[in-house]
Design a protein around this ligand. Sequence first.
Ligand code: FES
Length: 153
Amino acid sequence: GLSRVFERGYTGPIYSDGVPLVDGDGERIGENRLEMGDFMTVFPEPRPGLGDAPTLLVRYPEEEYAEPTRLEYTVSGYAAYSKVCTHAGCMVSGRDGQTMVCPCHFGKFNPVQGATVVGGPPPRPLPQLPLTLSGDGYLVAGGDFEAPVGVQE
Ligand code: FES
């Protein structure tokens, strides 16, 4: 999680309200980046070498989120979850309608219900990352993932 980002020598900007999220090109994510219903992969800055930091960013109207989504971790319709499957650590990269799908054993997660498992073998949801907006309108992680990322014993 983000604590490891700092341990590994993070030298980029640290804002009082969190760590910037960036896309695969290193660009920060403005508040209007995604349409409602869209997904993308983001990373807390900086990227390379952070195997546990790939993150799925989703955007839905706030009223579509239901428990156990932590609404205090959403902002402007955005929610973020670890991309690392809790079953065997593959990247959750597919979609089936609104459902997020892990390609390895077809684990399925519901992004508007806290990435709850809705199919396949994963034993627990994808941990949620607390989001907030920076003062200049970009998405930032306001803290670490709510639970350990990836495969746990
Ligand atoms: Fe994702 Fe098995 S690693 S379902």
